[in-house]
Design a protein around this ligand. Sequence first.
Ligand code: SF4
Length: 321
Amino acid sequence: MLERFFNTYRTKSEYGALSDSEIKAFVTAEYTLYLDTYMGGAEGKTGAFSFQFNMLMEKTVKVIRFIIDELKNSAFDVEDTELDFPNDIHSYSYILPDGHEIRIRGKVDRVDSSVQDNEKYIRIIDYKSKSESKGFSLTEAYYGLDLQMLIYLIAITRNGGYRYGDFKPGGVLYSNVLFGQFSEKEAKGKTTDDLIRDAFKLEGLYVDDERLSIADKNNFKPQSSTKVTPEELQTVFGKVDLLIREMGESLYSGIIPAQPLKIGSKTTCEYCAYEDACSYNMNEPKINAFAAVRSKKREHILAQMKEDVDAANESEVNGDA
Ligand code: SF4
C-alpha cells in the first residue's frame, strides 16, 4: 500500500498537499481493488469482516497521514520504496579469506534522502507491522542480533552511488505501523490520535553530525535511539563485516552450533520454527542454557567493536587470516 501510495504521489509537494479525505479516497480504492482481486469482492462477507476491513482502512489512513506529516516537517523526501537487493541495487557482499562469497538479499521498506548544508544524506526506514519496534540496541548488534537494517545500510552506502549520487549514510529508523493496545497510564490525558502518533514516532540509529537533522523532532524518539559519529558508524559497519565473516566461515566449515541468547526476559528462540525439533532447546532447565546478553553503555560497546575490528585488521596485515 505504502509503495503504491508513493508511486502515485511522487513528490513532497504532491503528497504534502493531500487532505485526509483524499488519502481516504486513495486507501478505499486500493483496498477495494484488493478485495475484488484477491478475496472475491464484498458480496457475501459477514458484518464482522466488513467491520475489521473498515477498521484496517481507517488505520491505514492514519499511518499515511503520520508518515506524510513527518516527511513534510523533516528535510527528507522519499527516494525509493521496497528497494530490492539485488534486483534494484547490489546486495551486501563479503568475500571470505577462502574465496567464498556471502551475499545477502532483502528489501528495504523506504529510502529517504536529504541535502543539508550541501551534504546529501540517506536514511532508511523499516515499517514495523508484525511486532512493535523496541528501538535500536548496539549491544544486540554486537552479538549479531537485528543486523538486517544495518546490513542494508552498508549495502546502500557501498553500492548506492550510481543510484543516489554522492551521499553519506544518515541512519536506520524504525517506524511502528502497528497499533497495539495502550495502557490506562499511557492513555491518560491523551487523544487516540496522540497515542497513535507517539507509537508511530521514528527511532533507531543515526549519525551525530551537526549538519544533519535525521527526522522531524516531533516525530522522533531520541531517548530510544542511538547516535554515533561518522567514524563510529564505520566501526559498526566493520563489526557487522566481522560477524558475517565469522558466520560464513563457520557455515562453510560445517560447524553450526546452536548458540541461542537471552535478552531480558526473551530468548532468540522465540520465533524459531524448529523449536520442537531442536535438541538444544529441549535441554532442561532451558533458561540456564541461554547465554545472557547484558545491555552495556554505548561507549563500552563501541570500544569493544573497535578493538575487535582493529584486531581483525591487524591479523589480516600479519597474514594470520
Ligand atoms: S530453538 Fe534451537 S534452532 Fe531454534 S533458535 Fe533456538 S537454538 Fe536455534
